[in-house]
Design a protein around this ligand. Structure first.
Ligand code: NAP
Length: 269
């Protein structure tokens, strides 16, 4: 069959419905002549991720932001990233074999963190959040390129991608940004605006060629927590964090150009 030597990775979480969907999908793909490796194969042409958005985010991190395109099968979660339903597997395979889809890019957010003695680099799909530990107020100096914007005081700041704008950003009052727009959004978490502290109360959307720099106020520097797509990281003595859109993107198959708007209505309203 023409699909010989075509490898597809299937990544699934431990939910009963995901395991069941995995077995059905695997059998159908093998019947079409695809090879499904037992463990993740870097030479695959497609990554199918079964689960919810959380499973999709974890898969991208676990396999180190691969160039292989993704498609998601949603098994009972919100599944904003997950386009296919288990009931539509036959139609999905047919359309995949006939190349009846477009490949869309998911823009990421990168952060270069400088501490007193080291530097670290993070990539996020949804967002990177800077928060206080132990429920303390954080004080952060925010710069857009080299322009000082504000001295923020509050619970923290979310730097979200367009794809992540419907996640934590949206729950925190940020705007929904269409995924093909090359932007980052700075969204405050419980900003304080009083006679003592003055922070912007709403989110700011900045163009993709701009660098956002955040410097924790010195005496509070060890009270900062960094959260990347829901994963907490702790760094000592952060001096500065730079955020920007890296060249690296994630590819995702799209079988329906109206999917985004239908999703928005059905999953949020
Ligand atoms: P999680 O339980 O994996 O996710 C929390 C909820 O956010 C789930 O319903 C998830 O969908 C949904 N979600 C994730 N990415 C989304 C996106 N781009 N658009 C719309 N919904 C999305 O939580 P986690 O492991 O702590 O963090 C994963 C993500 O959850 C984070 O990147 C953040 O965006 C979001 N989050 C939201 C809040 C909040 O809204 N207050 C707080 C923390 C984190 P599924 O059910 O399909 O997995």
């Amino acid at each position: 069959m023409a699909n010989d030597n075509r490898i597809i990775n299937i990544i699934y979480n431990n939910d009963e419905s995901s395991i069941k969907t995995y077995h059905i999908l695997k059998e159908k793909l093998i019947k079409k002549g695809f090879f499904i490796p037992k463990t993740y194969d870097d030479n695959a042409e497609l990554n199918i991720c079964i689960g919810g958005d959380g499973a999709f985010l974890r898969a991208i991190h676990r396999y180190n932001f691969p160039d292989i395109p993704f498609i998601g099968i949603n098994t009972g979660h919100l599944g904003f990233f997950q386009e296919i339903l288990p009931d539509n597997i036959d139609e999905f395979i047919e359309r995949y074999v006939n190349r009846d889809y477009v490949v869309e890019k998911i823009f990421l957010v990168k952060s270069d963190i400088t501490t007193k003695n080291n530097s670290f680099h993070l990539l996020g799909i949804n967002e990177i959040v800077i928060k206080g530990i132990k429920s303390k107020v954080v004080h952060l100096e925010v710069f857009i390129d080299d322009n000082h914007l504000e001295r923020f005081s509050g619970d923290g700041i979310i730097i979200s991608t367009p794809a992540g704008s419907t996640g934590y950003n949206y729950s925190s009052g940020g705007s929904i940004v269409y995924p093909s727009l090359n932007t980052l959004q700075i969204t405050p978490l419980s900003p304080i605006s009083s006679r003592v502290y003055r922070s912007l109360l709403n989110s700011t959307i900045v163009p993709g060629d701009i660098t956002i720099t955040i410097k924790p106020e010195y005496r509070y520097e060890n009270s900062i927590l960094v959260v990347v797509d829901g994963m907490e990281l702790k760094y000592n003595d952060i001096m500065e964090m730079k955020f920007y859109i890296p060249e690296k993107t994630i590819s995702k198959l799209n079988f329906d150009k109206n999917m985004y708007w239908n999703n928005l209505k059905s999953k949020f309203l």
